[in-house]
Design a protein around this ligand. Structure first.
Ligand code: HEM
Length: 508
């Protein structure tokens, strides 16, 4: 539910409550104006109206689109007043570099989002933790134990099994229409669960559906996120109850995962050959002498972050890539299929050992992430001190949005910016590491996505398998709809219905 939708959904009898709310807000605003700080030289932005600031400019549209259009009028460093939240929006490479590299430390914290506070155990996971030593400790654990190149390699056979099973299911439906989106998401969550928790949870399906609702609510554009001081807003909009219900369900599932691990009582030591997963390692940090011993709630929060951030993004990328290829069957899909079938010629299945030879497929993935970064506004940041950028004042605790989606489509940096053209990446030096600020699907600086390698492996393998074994057609008369739904991740509005036809049979 986006801005104001929560208010619009109030029952008719809520008119009275709305009037009370309005008076309350007016009162607050009056009080605030009495204690106004000396005027600042804020970046330019659209004219603010009382109470709402610029909120009305985002109503009814996808935020990344609306923010790009506004930046075209007001400039690449734009100030918006979103309700109570003073926000800057960054939309050029120079400024993205300034906030994510040159002044990275000041811009490396996260604002408090209500959904993250309720669902993510008071923002104690990696994704929403404020910048500092606690966050650094968590990030280090996850990077070394799950997301390093060595760990990602170690999950090779897991990926092979899970995506192999998915491909066998697709083969069993050869010639019929299937909902590929649904299967890809389920499989991506399966891989993350097995890698992080050691196995899928007993309640995998409910866990997935509750996370999908949660990611829609955690983007920071809910009405209660922009009026945080009005504590009764989430109550009357029903958001608080909804979040608490989701939290209860997730907590129960996470509790079971942790208890099952405790029951096994593995003796986990770093460097052990014994098979240990992220839960084992995190549990060990409850007992070890570390700077921040982890509580069970902290562990649950990290697990929730990894399960959601790790699966939703990769599955979304696979879905967009398949959709773009199907929209361009002769110029892109066929080329990608020819490449995979040539590289794996004579083999009965695709394995990761030859993945580096799939140059065109890798460019297809890069191009997909340029046009459809799963997190188009990255994750929101917040300044930890005041600073000056381009001569403008940026006060402490300003919310910072980097529009990665707009950068990836800016004709200043990209020829035929709106066209899906993987060839542009074939001889390009642009990579994912957050060094070329026109291309930052994984973000940049200290908060750059730590799951890049894990995520890419979960995108490359299923796509290579799909291209190798099957020909793909859209059901007769269907025109692909590329509209998006907004949330922390932006996915296609409609699921992808396709007809696979087996070309190279899978080994039994
Ligand atoms: C195609 C796949 C993926 C994409 C496009 C992606 C994108 C992103 C982006 C844009 C951010 C925010 C970066 C910023 O604020 O500058 C992020 C953060 C994060 N991602 Fe990913 N991600 C992907 C896969 C994964 C995977 C597989 C995992 C873990 C298994 C993961 C875990 C995280 C975590 C924990 C953070 C928070 C980092 C922090 O705040 O320090 N991501 N990701």
């Amino acid at each position: 539910m986006l801005l104001f939708e929560s208010l619009l959904q109030l029952p008719c009898t809520g008119i009275f409550i709305s009037l009370c709310l309005l008076s309350f807000m007016l009162l607050k605003l009056r009080n605030r104006s009495k204690t106004r700080v000396p005027s600042l030289n804020l970046p330019p932005g659209p004219r603010k109206i009382p109470l709402v600031g610029n909120l009305h400019l985002l109503v009814g549209s996808l935020p990344h689109h609306a923010l790009r259009d506004l930046a075209l009028k007001h400039g690449p460093l734009m100030h918006l007043q979103l309700g109570e939240i003073s926000t800057i929006v960054v939309s050029s490479t120079e400024l993205a570099e300034e906030v994510m590299k040159t002044r990275d430390k000041i811009f490396a914290s996260r604002p408090e989002i209500l959904a993250a506070k309720v669902l993510s155990y008071d923002c104690s996971g990696i994704v929403f933790s404020p910048y500092g030593d606690y966050w650094r400790q968590l990030r280090k654990i996850c990077t070394t134990q799950l997301l390093s190149s060595k760990s990602v390699q170690s999950f090779r056979s897991l990926r092979q099994d899970e995506f192999g099973e998915l491909s066998r299911w697709v083969a069993s439906k050869s010639g019929s229409v299937i909902n590929l989106t649904e299967k890809v998401y389920t499989c991506a969550y399966g891989v993350t669960a097995k890698a992080a928790f050691g196995k899928k949870t007993k309640e995998q399906e409910s866990f997935i559906s509750l996370i999908r609702v949660a990611t829609k609510l955690a983007a920071g554009f809910e009405i209660s996120d922009v009026y945080p001081s009005i504590k009764f807003l989430p109550l009357i909009s029903g958001l608080k109850t909804k979040l608490e219900r989701l939290h209860e369900q997730a907590d129960r599932i996470l509790e079971t995962i942790i208890n099952e691990h405790r029951a096994v009582e593995k003796d986990v030591c770093v460097g052990d050959n014994e098979k240990k997963d992220l839960v084992d390692v995190l549990l060990k940090f409850q007992e070890d002498e570390v700077e921040f011993p982890l509580t069970t709630a902290n562990i649950k929060s990290v697990l929730l972050d990894i399960f959601s951030a790790g699966s939703e993004t990769s599955a979304t990328t696979v879905d967009w890539a398949m959709s773009e290829m199907l929209r361009n069957p002769t110029t892109v899909l066929k080329k990608a299929q020819d490449e995979v079938r040539q590289v794996f010629h004579g083999k009965s299945y695709v394995s990761e050992s030859n993945m580096d030879e799939l140059k065109y497929l890798k460019s297809v993935i890069k191009e997909t992430l340029r046009l459809h970064p799963p997190a188009p506004l990255l994750l929101p940041r917040e300044t930890t001190e005041s600073c000056e950028i381009n001569g403008y004042d940026i006060p402490m605790r300003t919310r910072v949005i980097v529009n990665a989606w707009a950068l990836g489509r800016d004709p200043k940096y990209w020829e035929d910016a709106e066209v899906f053209k993987p060839e542009r990446f074939l001889d390009s030096l642009v990579d994912y590491k957050g060094n070329s600020f026109e291309y930052i699907p994984f973000g940049g600086g200290r908060r750059i996505c730590p799951g890049m390698l894990f995520g890419l492996a979960n995108v490359e393998l299923p796509l290579a398998m799909f291209l190798f074994h099957f020909d793909w057609n859209l059901p007769f008369g269907i025109k692909l709809d590329m509209r998006e739904v907004f949330g922390v991740t932006v996915r296609r509005k409609d699921d992808l219905f396709v007809t696979p036809v087996v070309k190279i049979p899978l080994p039994i």
